[in-house]
Design a protein around this ligand. Structure first.
Ligand code: UDP
Length: 194
């Protein structure tokens, strides 16, 4: 994948097709490259513009992708040929099915306990060959304990659905414990659980 970006209000968004981004991401997972992906909508950018700490965190990501159509439109106004959104939910679905086909492992962190309870039923049914390294809801007090579980299990992918900015702060703090994919997915578990 060509690492083409477009700068929107100071943030370098990846300008790639969904398919190229996914192919590149899967190669990185196969190589166990430590990877931090931020899936951003305009709300996230506005929040970051008013919060230097969050800006610094986002800028440490390896890929900042346009989750919202507003980002694609903004990019086009600036003269970029960015053509499509790369949403967290689409990334999640694609990685679950690829992970299932290729016997990868994943850790699911975030959302309400009842949503996690649903995922515990749905994931093994739909993706029986995906190894689940662990599940944890997003309402915890001891984040170190969760990081220790991730460290112990070394999943290929860590799906973090705590909403922004929490999910990005969590990833920034703990990504060093596991060389895999770390991605913030907002409300994606809620959607997945139906
Ligand atoms: N959430 C969480 N822990 C928290 C706050 C939120 O796990 O302390 C979850 C919440 O249950 C929901 C998701 O994070 O599943 C946030 O979804 P939302 O659509 O509000 O976030 P966005 O996509 O705007 O980041």
């Amino acid at each position: 994948m060509e690492n083409k970006t477009v700068n929107i209000l100071g943030f370098d968004f990846l300008n790639s097709s969904f398919n190229d981004f996914m192919e590149n991401t899967k190669q990185r997972i196969d190589k166990r490259e430590n990877t931090f992906v931020v899936t951003a909508n305009p709300e996230i950018v506005v929040h970051a513009l008013n919060d230097q700490k969050y800006t610094d965190t986002i800028k440490k990501s390896d890929y900042l992708v346009a989750d919202g159509i507003g980002i694609v439109m903004g990019a086009n106004i600036l003269g970029s040929d960015m053509s499509e959104r790369i949403t967290g939910y689409d990334i999640l679905l694609d990685l679950l099915s690829w992970g299932n086909q290729n016997h990868k492992s994943a850790y699911f962190l975030g959302a309400k306990p009842e949503v996690i309870a649903d995922l515990k039923k749905i994931i093994p049914q739909k993706y029986p060959d995906l190894t689940v390294s662990g599940y944890h809801d997003g309402y915890f007090t001891d984040s170190d304990e969760i990081a220790a579980e991730i460290k112990q299990n070394q999943p290929d992918m860590v799906f973090v659905a705590l909403g922004f900015p929490k999910q990005e702060y969590f990833i920034e703090k703990y990504r060093h414990v596991n060389d895999g994919l770390w991605i913030g997915l907002g409300g994606s578990f809620d959607v997945l659980s139906g």
